[in-house]
Ligand binder design. Structure first.
Ligand SMILES: [Zn+2]
Length: 410
């Protein structure tokens, strides 16, 4: 039996998808309008991270559920807000993210790998490269998973170290892909390429491939757009804390929310998250060797340094600025990808509780947050075909920073 009308309805609703909008915000009045819109409609902010961080003369990217699209478009038009549709059909873009031509069923550096695959890879890469890599565990996640840390470098006494983590925010998939790529390049080019060889002879890299493992798994199994950890707490049914608002650096003072349901929730206390505590404890116990802290996020193509929790400048602001400028210049040489750079508070927006600010205040003079590709064409759903170019260009910036750190001991 056929039900042509039902078929038609099914077709109409299934072709009707979530969209990502970009609004150009000119003044405070328009900021208020977006607050109004966000209070009446469920909106997922992509950039900035929350409605509270919207400022005049900026662009705002957000995802809207299918059933709210007419309401949102009507609101934007009625109030004469200038906007464009960044992603017209998010479902199609989500399907298109797995566009890698690499045919691999297991781990691949040019594909997004599920956590179980990455976990097995940390073991394999360690076993296969015993002279260069060792693996340790720095703690467990809320759901009980082991947080593996790779130490990459030639064994030697009293070596300075650079700490790098990926996968703070669950949906930023290009980030863990970069940490894996970095390890691959270290193995592949050590002994063949003079700069990498020197770096690994004189420095150790601590690489944490996925910080927010529980959240990352959730983006693979339940909700691709999940951002936070997966911790629960008494008094609320909302889940998760924003790990990059959970560090003890001006904790929850600005650009963070005290509401557990919000995407920028700072948690019930600084270091409330097991993941935050594990990372902070590791860095605290290795402060004598760790000379730089690098944390990899996406998207927007930026290289940021402290502070984000305050507009104050760091003591070595001029040096950080010059180093970031040189690193993004290096990065651009490969594919012409343009990055902006500067202190977090003025370059994006003030946000307290970030890991880079915290690391800096622990005495790590070189602390940077990278926001990798792109600038919003795909946002968090960067196609796999961009893993290679993104990682290749980012390597240039990371190697530049590492070489600088090596030449400027402290
Ligand atoms: Zn992020």
């Amino acid at each position: 039996m056929h039900y042509p009308i039902l078929n038609f309805i099914f077709f109409a609703t299934s072709s009707f998808s979530e969209k990502v909008f970009r609004v150009n915000v000119e003044d405070e009045n328009q900021v208020s309008l977006l607050h109004e819109l966000a209070s009446t409609t469920q909106i997922d902010f992509w950039k900035p991270d929350s409605v509270a961080q919207i400022k005049p003369l900026s662009t705002v990217d957000f995802r809207v559920k299918a059933e709210d699209i007419f309401t949102v478009e009507d609101f934007l038009e009625r109030n004469e807000l200038q906007y464009e549709v960044l992603i017209n059909n998010l479902r199609l873009v989500l399907e298109g993210q797995f566009d890698s031509q690499v045919r691999a069923t297991g781990h691949s550096y040019e594909k997004y790998n599920a956590w179980e695959t990455i976990e097995a890879w940390t073991q394999q890469v360690t076993t296969e490269n015993p002279d260069l890599i060792s693996r340790s565990a720095i703690g467990t996640t809320f759901e009980g998973r082991t947080m593996y840390l790779l130490k990459v470098g030639k064994t030697g006494p009293n070596k300075p170290a650079i700490f790098m983590d990926c996968g703070f925010h669950a949906r930023e998939w290009i980030s863990p892909a970069f940490c894996q790529w970095f390890v691959r390049e270290a193995i592949r080019t050590y002994g063949r390429e003079i700069h990498m060889t020197e770096l690994l002879n004189k420095l150790d890299f601590y690489v944490l491939p996925v910080f927010n493992i529980d959240g990352y798994i959730y983006t693979w199994t339940k909700n691709r757009m999940w951002r936070k950890t997966r911790s629960t707490q008494a008094g609320t049914s909302c889940i998760g804390t924003d790990p990059n608002r959970n560090f003890d650096a001006g904790w929850c003072k600005v650009g963070a929310s005290r509401k557990p349901c919000d995407d920028t929730y700072c948690g019930p206390a600084a270091e409330s998250e097991k993941e935050t505590k594990a990372l902070a404890n590791f860095i605290r116990s290795n402060l004598s060797s760790i000379k730089a802290y690098l944390t990899i996020h996406s998207y927007s193509q930026m290289m940021l340094y402290p502070y984000s929790y305050d507009y104050k400048l760091t003591e070595n602001n001029a040096e950080l600025n010059a180093l970031a400028k040189a690193a993004v210049r290096e990065l651009a040489t490969l594919h012409g990808t343009k990055y902006t750079y500067g202190p977090g508070a003025t370059t994006i927006y003030p946000a307290a509780g970030g890991s880079d600010d915290w690391a800096y205040d622990q005495g790590i003079k070189y602390a940077f947050t990278f926001e990798l590709r792109d600038k919003g064409r795909y946002g968090f759903v960067l196609p796999e075909s961009q893993i290679r170019p993104t990682c290749e260009e980012t390597m240039l910036a990371i190697k530049h920073v590492a070489a600088y750190v090596l030449e400027h001991p402290y």
